[in-house]
Design a protein around this ligand. Structure first.
Ligand SMILES: Nc1nc2c(ncn2[C@@H]2O[C@H](COP(=O)(O)OP(=O)(O)OP(=O)(O)O)[C@@H](O)[C@H]2O)c(=O)[nH]1
Ligand SMILES: [Mg+2]
Length: 194
């Protein structure tokens, strides 16, 4: 969180985290496509020739008011491929909340578990208290066959009681429910902190 008092701006950072190909970039693409241009900036994607995230995607949104401040939400994605761990840690620095994007396909369970574990390790290293830090979970790719049930994913990944949203980012279902929950959670956490 960063407040620019001169401009009356409250800057809040939300990072979309998750295993490779889970659909993080697709979430930002949908948000960008469906948000009025005056409320959002450009979608900046640093990607490989194969359309995989190389460093991050970035999208800024201006939404509503918090007290007398204009909140600016800075949305980032991390690169999911395993060898980009250092970039993921860097991108998580200073974040106010995380959207963890799960690939619901049964064959991707181990990657989701591994990604969840490394997210927790990075957040702990960055000094976050996991019991209060806002983490919203998106169970993505619900449109595909062979997906695990929400209950099974909750059991197999250490989601605990965190809010979960079923989604198909490709079709756009559940993308804004997830985003709104994340925005509300970081604003609520910021209110508790100040
Ligand atoms: N069927 C289906 N495909 C999806 C969904 N979300 C994303 N995809 C597809 O999954 C592939 C990977 O999506 P990305 O958004 O690039 O995944 P990512 O998590 O950003 O991947 P990395 O940048 O490598 O970490 C693309 O082909 C998307 O079109 C979904 O809900 N349903
Ligand atoms: Mg990506």
């Amino acid at each position: 969180m960063f407040i620019n008092w001169a401009l009356g701006e409250l800057n809040l950072k939300i990072v979309y985290y998750g295993a490779a190909l889970s659909g993080k970039t697709t979430n930002l693409q949908h948000i960008h496509a469906r948000t009025p241009a005056k409320l959002r900036g450009r979608l900046i994607s640093l990607k490989t020739q194969q359309e995989r995230t190389l460093l991050f995607d970035f999208l800024q949104l201006e939404m509503g008011r918090v007290n007398n401040l204009k909140p600016k939400f800075k949305l980032y994605t991390v690169p999911g491929q395993v060898y980009y761990a250092a970039s993921r840690r860097l991108i998580l620095q200073g974040t106010d909340g995380v959207v963890f994007v799960v690939d619901s396909q049964a064959g991707r369970l181990a990657e989701n578990q591994e990604s969840w574990y490394t997210m927790e390790q990075h957040l702990i290293e960055l000094g976050q208290d996991l019991s209060s830090f806002p983490i919203i979970v998106q169970l993505n790719k619900r449109d595909l066959p062979h997906v695990l049930s929400a209950a099974e994913l909750r059991r197999q990944i250490d989601i605990q009681q965190r809010p979960c949203f079923e989604a198909s980012a490709l079709q756009g279902n559940g993308v804004f429910d997830t985003l709104k929950a994340a925005m509300n959670a970081v604003v609520a956490q910021m209110r508790r902190a100040v």
